[in-house]
Design a protein around this ligand. Structure first.
Ligand code: HEM
Length: 152
């Protein structure tokens, strides 16, 4: 289970890098002077796959992790405890919305609309996803914070 937390935590960095790259790619095509390239589509796809993998591990942790639903100590009220509320409600909910946005953003590539519109729509979905992800990561300075680079 520790390994899954580690993997989930490090996938954050891969996802942030890919998402930033996706945003820059979308931005570069928004002016309408460029057709959607295979390379751009690939980066968007990898971003979505990384997000879905992070989600899958997150779902496992949500139920059977050390702070998961099956391991809540007797007497703890999830909504009244900052740590449990964050990891079992706020973090999963915001991340899920962000991952839906990434999926919709990437889906623009497959739509029958002009490439400039694909780039523009994808850009905004990716930016919204980035804002949500940055807001929902347990950065070390936060009360519920976790290390940037945890070890086993
Ligand atoms: C963009 C997606 C996500 C990112 C970047 C992300 C990032 C993180 C990070 C950095 C941690 C702290 C890991 C540590 O303790 O060192 C964490 C913990 C956790 N995440 Fe996520 N997460 C994402 C999505 C999700 C989703 C969708 C769920 C649930 C469905 C989820 C459930 C959890 C849980 C339960 C923990 C606590 C794990 C534990 O300490 O046992 N995460 N996440």
């Amino acid at each position: 289970m520790n390994f899954l937390v580690l993997l989930h935590s490090y996938l954050r960095w891969i996802l942030l890098i890919l998402l930033l790259a996706s945003i820059f790619k979308a931005l570069s095509g928004m002016n309408g002077k460029k057709a959607l390239t295979a390379g751009d589509k690939k980066i968007w796809l990898f971003t979505m796959i990384t997000a879905h993998t992070t989600l899958l591990i997150g779902l496992i942790l949500l139920f059977v992790g050390r702070i998961g639903f099956t391991n809540i100590p007797e007497g703890v009220s999830v909504m009244k405890d900052a740590t449990y509320r964050f990891y079992l409600v706020e973090h999963p909910l915001m991340m899920l919305i962000a991952i839906v946005f990434i999926t919709i953003g990437r889906g623009q590539a497959k739509k029958a609309i002009p490439d400039a519109v694909k780039y523009k729509k994808a850009f905004w979905f990716f930016v919204l996803a980035l804002i949500l992800i940055l807001a929902a990561i347990p950065w070390p300075a936060r009360e519920i914070g976790r290390p940037l680079f945890p070890s086993l």
